[in-house]
Design a protein around this ligand. Structure first.
Ligand code: 5AD
Ligand code: SF4
Length: 511
């Protein structure tokens, strides 16, 4: 059965415009979120708390700058982060801002005066999960603690959060974080219901020199915030606001400062980095990418997320020409059927998507790894259309696919379609797709056997006696040192691949 309601894209824009125009009203504050599609962030759960809904299991060590001692006078905060890399990096900036305002970060909510919860609502029943967690915090309220809900669920649910969780003092969406210092002053002054929800039309980005980066080797830089694409299923344009880019100069300055203090790996972030527009008109996205890749000390530059409609050939040319630009592109396709792509408002056809894939594959100096996102069970998706997605996987030969069952999100245009595929059928399609992709990877990862690849060391897996490494193509390559000196986190070493697994590689250090 096909999607039976015709939903017009202009209506989506107008709805959003209406939302923005209704700033400050309860209705305006009832919008959802986004989570950048991204490769799962990997964090040491013992030191920080970040949950990637797609892959909570994959955890990479991060080093949060938490002082050992907390003076009894100092105000303390605890922050918990859910969702995408964008949210994770937002939290790094929030932490930096709080520290610059005299707060100290603690690792346990029991030790904090102020508890922040940075939320994600990209899929599933994010709102319910947030209210459940807030319920856990309720006990702590009796001890005089204050609570702030940040991020996409905050923006989406708005002041409803105060109604359902009256002990919350602050509800703020990401577009308002630059006003955090003032909001903190209000909370300190005893204000009960402080909101930062009205800024989705802002032209300003959240730039701060106080970012508390949690990994000393690999760091994120936001180059563009918000999204103007309004894909039919997606909450992001409603929660993160309209698209706004930082100047190339400010991005380059930040990258230089990072290189100066020893960062070698930089990841540029945005909901759609390909629609980056330098407000000063100096650089295109590909030029900014190259300029960062050419900075002294920078060995790896990645970017995420791309949108096929805005992905241009000069990006591939830059990756091919500049050694530090990683040989990996994440290009979310969502569906292999042009009819469904149109109904998702993706603004490209299967053929146009494949044209971009051909550009990527035609790079002369690098074999560029390609990964994607897919949604199964979008309203009206027929078995044949699902089959088109499967055949696309075969045709492209992705190195990784993040696949999701369609979930209707508040306020999005696709809510008006009939969610026609039963959940069991969505699950079946997801399983079929994941099995097909496992087979593709099993065959294609074999190309790495015997190759010597450079990895950046990320940590150790003591139980297995292995060192954890990441390749330029963003693959996990764990390795043994065969009695050699174990390299430190952040070092780059060469590793020969000796074994392949569906989602990772194993090898031995060379030299
Ligand atoms: N339902 C299912 N998946 C979704 N995504 C975004 N919104 C939805 C939704 N409503 C997926 C897309 C996107 C990734 C970050 O999450 O595949 O690229
Ligand atoms: Fe959502 Fe589409 Fe924007 Fe990506 S491009 S954030 S999927 S609206």
């Amino acid at each position: 059965m096909r999607g039976s309601v015709i939903v017009n894209r202009r209506a989506a824009f107008e709805r959003a415009a209406g939302y923005y125009a209704l700033r400050g009203t309860t209705r305006a504050n009832r919008r959802p979120v986004w989570g950048t599609r991204n490769l799962p962030e990997t964090i040491d759960p013992a030191r920080s708390t970040i949950h990637d809904p797609r892959s909570a299991a994959i955890c990479r060590a991060i080093l949060i700058h938490i002082e050992d001692g907390v003076s009894s006078q100092q105000k303390t905060f605890y922050i918990e982060t859910f969702g995408c890399q964008m949210n994770f990096h937002d939290s790094e900036k929030v932490v930096g801002t709080l520290i610059s305002e005299g707060y100290q970060q603690v690792q346990r909510e029991e030790d904090a005066d102020l508890i922040f919860y940075n939320t994600c609502s990209i899929r599933d029943k994010a709102e319910q999960k947030v209210f459940h967690r807030l319920n856990d915090f309720k006990k702590l309220h009796k001890e005089g603690k204050r609570f702030g809900v940040l991020g996409c669920v905050a923006q989406q649910e708005g002041e409803k959060i105060f109604e359902r969780a009256p002990y919350v003092s602050l509800v703020a969406g990401s577009a308002s974080y630059r006003n955090l210092p003032e909001m903190l002053v209000q909370i300190e002054a005893g204000a009960g219901r402080v909101t930062g929800l009205d800024d989705r039309e802002t032209d300003q980005t959240f730039e701060t020199e106080f970012t508390a980066r949690s990994n000393p080797h690999r760091g994120y830089i936001t180059i563009i915030e918000g999204c103007d694409k309004f894909c039919a299923y997606c909450v992001v344009p409603y929660t993160r606001g309209k698209e706004r880019s930082r100047t190339s100069q400010s991005v380059l300055d930040e990258a230089k400062r990072m290189a100066d203090v020893g960062y070698t790996d930089i990841q540029l972030l945005g909901q759609n980095v390909n629609s980056y527009r330098d407000p000063a008109g100096k650089m295109r996205f590909s030029e900014l990418l190259s300029a960062i890749g050419e900075l002294l000390g920078i060995r790896r530059v990645r970017f995420t997320t791309s949108h096929p409609r805005d992905f241009t050939k000069d990006i591939v040319d830059a990756i091919d020409a500049v050694p530090a630009l990683c040989d990996h592109v994440h290009l979310p396709v969502q569906s292999g059927s042009s009819r469904l792509l149109s109904s998702m408002f993706r603004e490209y056809t299967r053929e146009q998507y494949l044209e971009r894939i051909a550009w990527i594959k035609s790079a002369r100096n690098k074999e560029i790894s390609i990964t994607t996102d897919v949604i199964v069970g979008f309203p009206g998706e027929t078995e044949a259309e699902f089959g088109e997605t499967l055949s696309l996987l075969d045709e492209v030969g992705y190195d990784g696919v993040f696949s999701f069952k369609y979930s209707p999100r508040p306020n999005t245009p696709s809510l008006q379609y009939i969610d026609s595929i039963p959940d069991a059928e969505k699950s079946r399609r997801l399983q079929v797709l994941q099995e097909r992709q496992r087979e593709i990877q099993r065959a294609s990862y074999a190309r790495h056997l015997g190759q010597v690849l450079e990895v950046m060391v990320e940590g150790k897996n003591a139980a297995r006696g292995q060192v954890i490494g990441r390749t330029s193509q963003n693959k996990t390559l764990n390795f043994v040192t065969n009695g050699g000196r174990e390299p430190d986190a952040g070092q780059y070493v060469d590793v020969e691949v000796t074994q392949i697994f569906p989602n990772s590689l194993l090898g031995k250090m060379v030299g």
